[in-house]
Design a protein around this ligand. Structure first.
Ligand SMILES: Cc1cc2nc3c(=O)[nH]c(=O)nc-3n(C[C@H](O)[C@H](O)[C@H](O)COP(=O)(O)OP(=O)(O)OC[C@H]3O[C@@H](n4cnc5c(N)ncnc54)[C@H](O)[C@@H]3O)c2cc1C
Length: 529
C-alpha cells in the first residue's frame, strides 16, 4: 500500500531521525536489524575482516534470501573500494555489492563471499546548475539525495553564476528536481536503482537509464573510468541493469528536470478503460500517473477496477495543498489488508480520493512512507504461527493487452487462493540503451505484492504463481522484472531477455576473474553452463 509523503514531512522525519547527508540513518528498522545482527561489521575496508562463522544477511522486504556472507565491509571512500578489490584479488574470492538490500533475487549477496556495503559511500560530488546535472556517490539514498538537492539550491547563488534562462527561479523553490524514483520507498540507493535499472511512475519515461548522464565505474583492476553514451558505451549499457556484475559504480551523474508543481487528479476506473485514461492524461500533458487496483478478492472488481491517478502541471505559484502523511493510517491500512480486505480497500480508496486536486512538487509526489520491518510487527500483532512477508513481483505487457493479463491473473489467484496485498499499474517507455532491457517495448507494468507465509508450501505456491504469470506475460508479448526473483526457467528467461547468454559472456570478457559476484549470477551461470 503506498502513500505519498510530502517533502515537508519527509524532511521533518529526516531531521528527527538525524538523517545525515551521507544517508547514515533511515527509518528502516529491518535494515538496522540486519546491521545489528552483523557481528562482524567492518567500519572501514582497510582490511577485510573474516569470521569463521560468517554473517547472516537477508533482503529487507521479502526476507526470503537468508545468506551467509563471510563479512560485511562498509566502504566510504574510493581508497576503501580499491582495498576491497585488491584484497579480493589476493584471496581469490569475489565479492558482492549492496545498497539498501531490497532486491530479492540474490543480486546483492554472494554466499560465503564478502559483502561490500556502499551505504556510507554517499557524498554529493556536485551540482551543475546550468545543465541540471547532479553528481553523487553511488551509496546515497534517494531521501538524502533529495534533501541535499533542496539544500544546495536554497543556498544563495553567487552573482557570477548564470542560471538556465528559461526557468524562473522561485523564492524558496529549488530550480531542479529529480525526474523519477521508485515510489514505494525513499531509502533505496542510487547504485541499487542503477543496478536494477528501476522505474518510477512516469507516463512516458524510460527506466532509470534515461536519467543517467554518465557513471564512473571501478573495474576488477581497481581502475575507474567514465562510462556514458560515447565513452565506454558497452560498459554503460551493461552496468545499468547489470546488477553489480561489471564493476562497482562509484559516481553517478543524474539528469535533473526543472521542478514542476502538479495537481493530483483521481478517479475510479474499470480496467478496460485504462488505455483511454492513459491517453487522455498524456494528451493533457501529464508527466506522471499510475493506477492502484482493487485487491479485495471477494469483490466483483477484484483486479479489474482501480483508482487512476494522474498529475497535471500547474503554475509554479500555485499554493501547495497536499496534506501531510498520516503514518498511522498507513499502518492501519497495512494491517487491515491482512485481516479485512474490503475495509482496507474502502479506506484506501477514500484516502486516495480525498487527495483529488491537491497540489505538490513533482518530486514530493514520488515520496512514500514505508516502515521497514513492518511485517515482523504485524506477525506478532496478528499472532501468526508462521512469520510472513510480502513478496513483490512485476510483469509487463503492451497496454492493449493489460485487461487480458489481469483477467487471467485474477482467475489464477481465485482458483489458487493467492493472497494479493497490493497491486499497481505503471507505464514505461521502451529502453533501447541497456544490454538486457526489461522494457523491450513500451509496456504497462503490473506490480503485484503477494502475502507469503514463510512455510515451504506457501513459498512454493507463490513461486508457482510467478511462473504462471511469466508464461501469461509471454503469451501476451510481455516480460517480467529480474529484480524480485530467479524463478524463471531458461526458456522463459530467453523469451524475455534474448541477450541473456551474451550478457553472461560479456561478464567474463570484462571481469575474467569473476571478482564481482552474486548468488543471482551463480544461479544463471549454472543455468547456461
Ligand atoms: C517495497 C519496494 C518497492 C519497490 N518499488 C520499486 C519501484 O517502484 N520501481 C522499481 O523499478 N523498483 C522498485 N523496487 C525494486 C528496487 O528498485 C530494486 O530492488 C533496487 O535495486 C533496490 O535498491 P537497493 O539500494 O536496495 O539496491 P540493492 O538491492 O542493495 O542492490 C541492487 C543491485 O544493484 C547492485 N549495486 C548496488 N550498488 C551498486 C554499486 N555502487 N555499483 C554496482 N552495483 C551496485 C547490487 O549488486 C545489486 O545487484 C522496489 C523494491 C521494494 C522492496
Amino acid at each position: 500500500v503506498g502513500f505519498t509523503v510530502s517533502r515537508r514531512s519527509f524532511l521533518k522525519s529526516a531531521l528527527v531521525t538525524g538523517l545525515l547527508p551521507s544517508g547514515l540513518l533511515s527509518y528502516e528498522s529491518a535494515f538496522a536489524d540486519n546491521l545489528k545482527d552483523s557481528t562482524n561489521l567492518a567500519t572501514s575496508a582497510n582490511a577485510i575482516q573474516e569470521s569463521t562463522s560468517g554473517v547472516m544477511v537477508n533482503d529487507v522486504h521479502s526476507g526470503l534470501n537468508p545468506t551467509r556472507v563471510s563479512s560485511i565491509v562498509k566502504v566510504n571512500s574510493v581508497e576503501d573500494i580499491k582495498a576491497v578489490i585488491k584484497s579480493s584479488k589476493l584471496s581469490g574470492k569475489g565479492f558482492s555489492i549492496c545498497g539498501a538490500r531490497h532486491s530479492a533475487g540474490g543480486q546483492e549477496f554472494y554466499t560465503d563471499g564478502v559483502l561490500v556495503d556502499t551505504t556510507d559511500f554517499s557524498r554529493v560530488i556536485g551540482l551543475d546548475r546550468e545543465a541540471g546535472l547532479f553528481t553523487v556517490q553511488s551509496g546515497i539514498r534517494w531521501s538524502a539525495l533529495c534533501h541535499e538537492l533542496d539544500k544546495m539550491q536554497s543556498e544563495p547563488i553567487p552573482a557570477s553564476e548564470s542560471i538556465q534562462p528559461q526557468v524562473s527561479r522561485q523564492k524558496d523553490a529549488p530550480l531542479w528536481g529529480i525526474n523519477q524514483k521508485q515510489t514505494g520507498l525513499n531509502s533505496l540507493t542510487i547504485g541499487g536503482t542503477l543496478g536494477a535499472n528501476a522505474h518510477g511512475q512516469g507516463l512516458l519515461l524510460k527506466p532509470f537509464v534515461g536519467d543517467i548522464e554518465s557513471l564512473r565505474l571501478m573495474d576488477a583492476t581497481g581502475e575507474s573510468f567514465v562510462c556514458n553514451r560515447t565513452q565506454n558505451q558497452e560498459l554503460f549499457s551493461l552496468a545499468i541493469g547489470g546488477y553489480g556484475l561489471f564493476g562497482l559504480v562509484t559516481e553517478v551523474t543524474l539528469r535533473l528536470v526543472p521542478r514542476q508543481k502538479l495537481k493530483r487528479k483521481v478517479h475510479r476506473i474499470e480496467i478496460k478503460e485504462i488505455a483511454e485514461n492513459f491517453n487522455n492524461s498524456v494528451k493533457q500533458g501529464s508527466r506522471y500517473g499510475h493506477c492502484q487496483l482493487n485487491v479485495n478478492e471477494k469483490s466483483a472488481g477484484f483486479l479489474t477496477t482501480g483508482v487512476f491517478v494522474a498529475y497535471e502541471e500547474v503554475a509554479l505559484d500555485t499554493p501547495i495543498t497536499a496534506i501531510e502523511l498520516n503514518e498511522d493510517r498507513w499502518r492501519n491500512i497495512v494491517e487491515l489488508v491482512h485481516t479485512d480486505k474490503a475495509s482496507a480497500y474502502d479506506l484506501y480508496e477514500e484516502s486516495v480520493k480525498s487527495s483529488n486536486d491537491q497540489v505538490d512538487w513533482a518530486d514530493s509526489w514520488q515520496n512514500n512512507f514505508y516502515q521497514g520491518g513492518y511485517h515482523k510487527l504485524l506477525d506478532s500483532k496478528l499472532h501468526q504461527d508462521v512469520s510472513g512477508s510480502e513478496v513483490l513481483s512485476e510483469f509487463y505487457v503492451p497496454l492493449v493487452k493489460l485487461p487480458d493479463f489481469l483477467f487471467g491473473a485474477r482467475d489464477y489467484f481465485l482458483s489458487n487462493n493467492q493472497n494479493v496485498i497490493f497491486s499497481s499499474i505503471r507505464f514505461i517507455e521502451k529502453d533501447d540503451e541497456t544490454f538486457i532491457p526489461w522494457a523491450r517495448e513500451r509496456y504497462a507494468c503490473i506490480v503485484l505484492n503477494f502475502h507469503t507465509a514463510h512455510s515451504s508450501a506457501a513459498i512454493q505456491s507463490t513461486m508457482k504463481a510467478w511462473s504462471h504469470l511469466i508464461d501469461l506475460a509471454i503469451s501476451l508479448q510481455g516480460s517480467f522484472y529480474l529484480t524480485y526473483q530467479h524463478v524463471a526457467n531458461k526458456q522463459q528467461l530467453l523469451s524475455c531477455y534474448p541477450n541473456f547468454e551474451k550478457f553472461l559472456q560479456l561478464k567474463l570478457k570484462h571481469d575474467p576473474h569473476e571478482v564481482f559476484q552474486s548468488d543471482w549470477y551463480q544461479f544463471h551461470k549454472k543455468m547456461f553452463s
